[in-house]
Structure formats: structure tokens, C-alpha cells
Ligand binder design. Sequence first.
Ligand code: NAI
Ligand code: 15L
Length: 272
Amino acid sequence: MDTASSRLSLGRLLLTGAAGDLGRVLRARLAPRCTLLRVSDVATMESAASGEEVIQAALEDRAAVHALLQGIDAVVHLGGISTEHPFDAILQANIVGTYNLYEAARQHGVKRIVFASSNHVTGFYRQDEVIDATLPARPDSYYGLSKAFGENLSRFYFDRYGIETVCLRIGSSFPEPKDRRMLATWLSYDDLERLVVAALTAPVAGHSIVYGMSDNTSTWWDNTPARHIGFRPQDSSEPYRAAVEARQPTLDPQDPAVKYQGGAFVRMGPFE
Ligand code: NAI
Ligand code: 15L
């Protein structure tokens, strides 16, 4: 991408979840644009390149998260549990962890956070509905609930303290769509980068929610309320359609995973 906004410096940026799939993709792409890129995860990461700092920390460790935010201008918060799990694990990583991050951001005067939310905040809308982010949340899992908490927490920190957040309700960000559902939900890695850069550089972000999807032909999400962020996806799942449909020729319309946008997440658990 080579737009005026993409050439803006991203300043001193903290990237959490840097050992994960999307963290590794974004680390490589954001580093050249930052004055400093501080990357963090509870897992081990590749050692620091020039212009980077690597700090291993658990999000539920309040003191460690406080130290992470020292001297930071903006955050891309990817860290946390990224699929459905028992509530106690989600509680620590995603709920306590996101609270720790925002509270440290407030104390250190951070101006903007890009929060990796998820389509699972609205996973119980049906696949024959087109929704936008003004509709109520309908989480499909403890995981989706934790992302709804993060969206509400960030709204509170904007209303109360003026910290801007762009919540990215990411669909399915993988190298290519794996199944029929992902023909609607797919977000290419190049479009993920475009989305994160747009969220970091929009002149005024306020508190915004954007669905993270490529320019797919079939879609369940309308990003009109977030047009001010300036995200313009350039990829599409369409070139993958024939291969995906050949791999997965039929679907059972009675299956909740086919009926609801959240797919298989709507029928995961209970765990006890
Ligand atoms: P991932 O599971 O590969 O990466 C998450 C990273 O967070 C891991 O490296 C993990 O070690 C770290 N982490 C987990 N618990 C932690 C803790 N307590 N303290 C510190 N670090 C911790 O997930 P992925 O796919 O890279 O996703 C990144 C973010 O985007 C996640 O927040 C996920 O929920 C969100 N997302 C991703 C989507 C996708 O399609 N990949 C779709 C929707 C949302
Ligand atoms: C998510 O939120 C997950 O992090 C990712 O692994 C996928 O399952 C994605 O949603 C999806 O809905 O495809």
C-alpha cells in the first residue's frame, strides 16, 4: 500500500500478541513505519531487530503490563485467547488482561488503541442477515463475550478519559479462506495491514467499531458507520470460491454452524 496515510510514522507503538499468527504478520509490516516497535507476548518471540524491543509478559500481570506501556504513543492489542475456552482462562487473559492494558494506557497518556475484537461479538446473528456495528451485541461464546467486554471497556475509556479506540471485529484472517463461511468472513493479510494502518492513522477515530473483512462478494457486515476510518479493502475471497465449494459441496441448513454468523463457535462447549 502506498497512500499518504500509510507513509505517516506510527511513532512508538506497542504490539501485543506478537508471537501469534496475526502478530507475526503485523510485526514485520509495521516495524518499518515505527520510531520504536515494542512487541510483547506471554510466549517466546523472535529476538529484537533494529528499532524493536521484545518484552515477554502475561497480560494478567498488572505490574508487567504497566511497564509495557511506558513511553508508548499507540497500541495494537492482539494479545489474548483467540478461540473458545473455559471461562476462567478467558477471564484472565482477555478480561483482566484488557483492563490492565487500558488502565496502564491511561496512566501513561496513550492516545490511541487498536483493539482486536472479533466477529464473535455478533455471532448469533443469522447468515441471512446483513448487520452493522450499531446493532446490539449477540456474543456466541465466552470468547465473544470477552471481546464485547473489551469493546465496552474501550468505550468507557474514551468517554471518561478520551483514549481513542478502533475496535476491529475481525472476520477470518488467514492466508486464504478455508471453507464456505470464510467466503463471507475472510480478511486477507494485506487488507489486515490496510485496516490496522487506517485505524492508527485516521485523523479522528473517537470510539469506532469496524468489521475486518476483505471486499468479498457475499458479506454479512456493513461498515458504513465506520467510513470515517478510511479502510478500503482491496482483496476478495471470490477467486477462491470454486475451490472452496468443490472441497465443501453441501451444507446442512439445520446445522447452527451454518445458520449463524459465528459458525462452529455457536455450538462449542459447555466445558463442565
Ligand atoms: P493467536 O492465538 O495466534 O495469537 C494470540 C497471541 O496472544 C498468542 O501469541 C498468545 O501467546 C498471546 N496470549 C494469549 N494469552 C495471553 C496472555 N494471558 N498474556 C499475553 N499474551 C497472551 O491469535 P491470532 O489469530 O493471531 O489473533 C490475534 C488477535 O486477533 C486475537 O486477539 C484474536 O482474538 C483476534 N482475532 C483474530 C482472528 C483471526 O481470524 N485470526 C479473527 C477475529 C479476532
Ligand atoms: C476468531 O475470532 C478467531 O480468533 C479465529 O481463529 C477464527 O476462528 C475467526 O474468529 C473466525 O470466525 O473464523
